[in-house]
Design a protein around this ligand. Structure first.
Ligand code: S3P
Length: 425
């Protein structure tokens, strides 16, 4: 599918965005292991989160509902049944990595696979800790999906994450649910903590210090009512769009502002972005608020170290902003970008060059000078949702109509993206 994007004169109005992808995955998986019903409101409409729902169904969980509201009839920690077919994680790294932690603790064997992009993503990062816990996992070339997971009686471990990754942390904690005793994960760079918050909401016993998360195994989890906040990583496209286009003033409602995700707002405000949060509340342990954003001339900056991990999903769209900023953007220490849905260092730099923008590819990041003009272009999503949306945002500032090829990729996290964008200008 192609999308044509014409330059915008201003983005205005009030928008709501789909439910948070990270939180939706976690709620669906943990609700399946809880006793009783969980009603989830504002569940993500993205294909990734629907891959998770479908996997849980194949594992014997009854799930009712449609659109954004689902009731998951949880069957308790020992309630999953052997899948009658292979589990399809689609494009979703979160589904395969997090669900593998659950599959490792079962009494049956499972096979989980994904699409072409997922089949190239590294799985050793979860295979290693799960093997330490006693699981038996086979992978293509010992590192790629499909994974064959022989369920086993797991034992608890104390695991230090070698790469900052919330998916790996979650995988170990979900496996820890099935291990008698205390499972600990140590992280030197704090990653998103939705799993910790959700497990507590469902009744698990979890202790968190600055670097360690300790979970007591075999908890009784209880079904409950949950509302998913809107996805800050989806909001990022609209924040950058409004910052880039003169005359813009946008409000985005009910956005998840968990401090382990909101480095984006601090980074933007630090560069001079006019962003306000007039309301903030706590919903199911997650901070949620309204964001107001206004066109601003931003300075640019450097993303490296812990900040690179905290902004990892937002870097494609921040690269676009960086090219229009006063001083440009440098990203370093972000080699993880190379193993996302696409090699996002390469796909971002490729599309920036189509835009007529100078950009240097670094082994672990990119360097983009500021004050650059955007030329109308034909962009390629390369099948990556965040690349499709980032360059749609760039096209708003171009000097004519642009085309995004492979625009359907946006559906992985945000099927309504094109309609929502069209409503803003
Ligand atoms: C996610 C964690 C991040 C992020 C991904 C979602 C999660 O991946 O890029 O989009 O929900 O835990 P890593 O754990 O690989 O850093």
């Amino acid at each position: 599918m192609q999308q044509r994007i014409s330059p915008a004169s201003a983005l205005t109005g009030s928008i709501t965005l789909p439910g948070d992808k990270s939180i939706s995955h976690r709620y669906a998986m943990i609700a399946s292991l809880a006793e009783g019903d969980t009603r989830i409101v504002n569940y993500s409409t993205g294909a990734d989160c629907h891959s998770t729902l479908e996997c849980m169904r194949v594992l014997g969980i009854e799930i009712e509902g449609q659109g954004t509201e689902f009731v998951i009839h949880g069957k308790g920690l020992d309630g999953l049944r052997a899948a009658t077919r292979d589990l399809d994680a689609g494009n979703s790294g979160s589904t395969i990595r997090m669900l593998s932690g659950i599959l490792a603790g079962q009494t049956f064997r499972s096979r989980i696979f994904g699409d072409e992009s997922l089949s190239r993503r590294p799985m050793q990062r979860i295979m290693k800790p799960l093997a330490e816990m006693g699981a038996h996992i086979r992978a293509r070339d010992d590192k790629f999906p499909p994974l064959e997971i022989e369920g086993a009686k797991l034992h608890p471990i104390d695991y230090a994450l070698p790469v900052p990754s919330a998916q790996v942390k979650t995988c170990v904690l979900l496996a820890g649910l099935f291990a008698e005793g205390e499972t600990t994960v140590t992280e030197t760079v704090r990653s998103r903590d939705h799993t910790e918050i959700a497990l507590r909401e469902f009744g698990a016993d979890l202790r968190v210090t600055r670097q360690k998360i300790t979970l007591t195994g075999r908890p009784k989890l209880t079904g409950r009512e949950l509302v998913v906040p809107s996805d800050l990583s989806s909001a990022a496209f609209f924040l950058v769009a409004a910052l880039l286009v003169p005359g813009s003033l946008l409000s985005i409602h009910g956005v998840g502002l968990n401090p382990t995700r909101s480095a984006l707002l601090d980074f933007l405000c630090g560069m001079g972005a006019k962003i306000q949060i007039p309301e903030l509340e706590s919903v199911n342990g997650e901070l949620v608020g309204e964001i107001q954003v206004q066109h601003s001339v931003v300075r640019g900056g450097v993303i490296e170290g812990g900040l690179a991990a905290a902004l990892i999903d937002e870097i494609p769209v921040l690269a676009v902003l960086g090219a229009a900023s006063e001083e440009g953007l440098t990203v370093k220490g972000a080699a993880e970008l190379r193993v996302k849905e696409t090699d996002r260092i390469r796909t971002v730099v490729d599309n920036l060059r189509r835009l007529g923008v100078e950009a240097e590819e670094l082994p672990d990041g990119m360097a983009i000078p500021g004050r650059q003009k955007f030329r109308a272009a034909e962009f390629d999503s390369f099948g990556d949702h965040r690349i499709a949306m980032a360059f749609a945002v760039a096209a708003l500032r171009a000097d004519g109509e642009s085309v995004i090829h492979g625009a359907e990729a946006a559906s992985v996290s945000f099927p309504e993206f094109w309609n929502t964008l069209a409503r803003c200008y």
